[in-house]
Design a binder for this molecule. Structure first.
Ligand code: HEC
Ligand code: HEC
Ligand code: HEC
Ligand code: HEC
Ligand code: HEC
Ligand code: HEC
Ligand code: HEC
Ligand code: HEC
Length: 445
């Protein structure tokens, strides 16, 4: 009975795999057989059914996902609320109008624009920055792949450089056309045709989640890989068939990602400052959350991105499970073995309890990276060590304290911290030493 109801919903959602009698069609069955035969690498387009089919049996996950930005990455220009760029304000971009745009990309921090030419898409060389409400030029010059492409925006197809991470199924299959635009169910759960057929044919309760990946049931590193496939800067591995793609072709949820993508150079290591990383290997830009997170103690203790982020709800900023300090206090309440050791928040933060300076994320995940503009993207290293004023002196990148105390010097912040005591794992001594040496060299010079 329940199954019938579910299947009716499926039909209402326009499900191609189920006919009007509520039966799974032969094509779907054939597809499912094909999926089985290809297991575990079910990479054919037909293995993907699309989010509307999933919605039929998982309406809450679907409705929740619809409120996340994952479902709004690629939109039509006429979708309500989708266009945030102001094509009326045309300063540097007079050569293009909204008529040149076929699809919109993003819109929280910045918006870019896809134009269809032949059977592929290309990025118009303009970008709208949301925070400053400004047009800026957009033409990648520092990305690792630029030497493999001509200096012409019309020769850099998005199917090779972008779409894998902004759609569903291209990562698994390569190719040019995604099964579905946006980061939909099957981007994180893997191709679902086999699951749909199993569930619908076995009857309620019988399938019990057969043939689908639930990331929560994977070992923590494989689980994080599900997010890292898109949220970790990397390079195609040596000998890859796809040396010019900026996404891990062939990867499917559940796989070991390192077979398909090497983390970008300087992961956790010092190296020359680059487009992506500061000298100490800390991320300098957006979409590198994985590169930072791997370095954290939380990762080493088995925490996963989705312990904090809810893939099926956009209720709070950035899909977090709980807003503000309550998220962190889930695991870091007073006396928690995970720390901090102090008895109250203000004892730990040295700011009044209701001060912005007592918000965990302002000190432990400060906005030090570039998204559309500088100082917009949040660090995901967590350990204070990585964002301490000491780092500003040693590696010349922003620190948590002076993000707020902009009228004060780095040395002021260091001295304040020294007065706070604590374990000082972040070695302020070394930085003070360096400061003193600088001063005495200047004095001598
Ligand atoms: C015909 C109904 C049906 C359809 C369509 C369907 N599912 Fe399911 N799914 C179920 C049932 C029944 C279960 C087992 C009970 C539960 O966990 O809700 C399940 C379980 C799951 C689980 C949990 C598996 C586990 O091991 O914990 C995930 C994840 C899932 N489905 C994802 C999807 C995705 C993604 C789609 C679309 C590709 C989809 N489902 C389509 C019926 C369906
Ligand atoms: C960005 C990745 C991502 C997307 C997109 C996503 N999920 Fe999930 N899903 C997860 C993760 C991670 C879990 C495990 C969450 C947990 O238990 O902590 C999960 C769990 C589930 C479960 C089992 C637990 C439950 O909530 O019942 C179902 C069913 C499910 N997802 C269905 C869907 C459907 C349907 C869609 C599309 C409408 C979808 N998911 C989109 C990542 C995703
Ligand atoms: C390896 C995966 C990956 C590739 C390749 C990729 N992106 Fe993204 N993109 C992401 C992720 C993940 C985010 C969200 C990152 C964040 O907020 O830190 C994002 C965010 C964006 C945003 C901002 C969205 C917003 O709402 O502000 C734009 C615009 C964008 N990408 C354009 C592009 C373009 C253009 C290309 C190709 C030249 C590209 N991306 C290639 C993964 C990727
Ligand atoms: C197929 C690529 C892909 C996968 C897989 C993916 N993401 Fe994303 N994610 C993106 C892109 C692209 C954006 C930018 C969306 C936008 O701005 O419209 C994004 C945005 C986000 C955001 C910011 C949303 C906001 O409101 O600003 C969070 C948080 C996030 N992803 C977490 C996760 C987690 C956790 C997982 C794994 C469970 C995951 N993502 C898996 C591509 C992906
Ligand atoms: C799901 C549980 C969980 C949540 C939620 C959580 N943490 Fe953690 N956190 C841990 C664990 C476990 C550790 C490791 C403790 C240990 O082994 O010493 C840790 C460690 C830390 C550390 C110490 C890192 C180091 O290198 O010493 C900081 C700082 C931290 N977390 C900040 C945060 C912040 C900020 C938030 C909220 C955005 C947060 N945590 C949310 C579980 C969690
Ligand atoms: C004003 C900045 C600031 C704020 C806000 C802040 N912290 Fe910290 N936190 C620090 C500093 C500095 C350290 C390093 C202390 C040391 O070296 O002794 C630290 C260390 C930690 C540690 C590691 C403790 C250890 O013994 O290794 C954890 C866990 C932590 N903080 C969690 C939190 C949580 C949870 C919140 C929000 C309730 C929070 N912090 C808010 C500055 C801050
Ligand atoms: C300990 C909790 C925690 C973990 C683990 C965590 N995040 Fe976040 N993340 C946050 C918080 C808190 C924010 C900021 C929310 C806000 O701005 O209010 C955030 C913001 C983001 C954003 C939005 C862009 C930005 O710079 O603000 C993205 C994208 C994101 N996280 C992706 C990820 C991915 C991918 C992982 C795993 C590699 C991950 N996060 C792990 C807590 C976490
Ligand atoms: C999110 C913003 C924010 C961050 C991050 C922050 N503070 Fe503050 N800080 C404030 C505010 C606001 C006050 C005013 C008093 C209050 O609210 O507690 C303040 C007050 C202070 C004071 C006392 C008043 C003064 O100006 O002499 C000191 C010292 C201080 N902060 C040091 C630090 C240090 C060191 C860090 C980094 C570990 C830090 N703050 C991080 C916002 C911040």
């Amino acid at each position: 009975m329940k199954l019938r109801v579910l299947i009716c919903v499926l039909i209402c959602m326009g499900c191609k795999a189920v006919n009007s009698q509520g039966e799974i069609t032969t094509t779907a069955k054939t597809e499912a057989t094909a999926v089985k035969e290809m297991d575990p690498l079910a990479t054919e387009a037909s293995a993907y059914v699309g989010s509307k089919v999933c919605a039929g049996c998982h309406p809450e996950n679907y409705e929740g996902w619809k409120t996340t930005l994952h479902s709004k990455m690629i939109q039509e220009t006429n979708q309500p609320g989708a266009l945030v760029a102001d094509f009326g304000k045309q300063d540097i971009s007079t050569q293009f109008s909204l008529n040149d745009v076929d699809l919109l990309v993003g819109g929280r921090f910045k918006q870019r624009f896809m134009k269809k030419i032949g059977d592929d898409y290309y990025m118009l060389p303009i970008q709208w920055n949301v925070a400053t409400k400004e047009w800026v030029r957009y033409f990648p010059r520092d990305e690792w792949w630029v030497s493999q492409y001509p200096e012409d925006w019309q020769k850099r197809p998005t199917s090779k450089l972008c779409d894998g991470c902004h759609s569903t199924s291209l990562i698994g299959r390569g190719g040019k056309t995604p099964a579905e635009w946006n980061i939909a169910c099957e981007a994180c759960h893997g191709p679902g045709a086999g699951h749909v057929v199993a569930e619908a044919s076995l009857g309620p309760g019988q399938g019990a989640g057969a043939k689908i990946i639930n990331p929560a049931k994977l070992p923590f590193d494989r689980a994080n890989d599900v997010c890292f496939q898109c949220h970790l800067a990397g390079r195609p591995p040596e000998g890859s068939e796809y040396p010019d793609r900026d996404y891990p072709v062939g990867y499917l949820p559940g796989d070991d990602l390192t077979k398909y993508k090497n983390p970008a150079p300087s992961l956790g290591m010092e190296g020359p400052e680059s487009h992506e990383f500061f000298e100490d290997g800390i991320s300098k830009k957006n979409r590198n959350q994985g590169n930072d997170f791997i370095r954290s103690k939380m990762y080493s203790r088995g925490i996963r991105c989705f312990d904090c982020h809810n893939p099926h709800s956009g209720k709070y900023t950035a899909m977090v499970y709980k807003p503000g300090n309550s998220l962190c206090l889930t695991c870091h309440s007073a006396n928690s073995p995970a720390g901090p050791p102090e008895r109250s928040i203000s004892e730990h933060t040295h700011h009044k309890a209701d001060s912005p300076g007592s918000q965990c994320i302002e000190c432990h995940m400060p906005r030090i990276g570039k998204h559309a503009v500088k100082l917009e993207s949040r660090s995901h290293c967590f350990d204070f060590d990585f964002v301490s004023p000491e780092r500003t002196i040693l590696y010349d990148h922003p620190n948590a304290c002076n993000r707020c105390h902009q009228d004060k010097t780095t040395e002021w912040a260091l001295r304040a911290l020294k007065n706070w005591g604590g374990k000082g794992k972040w070695k302020w001594q070394r930085a003070l030493q360096e400061l003193r040496e600088q001063v005495s060299t200047e004095e001598r010079g």
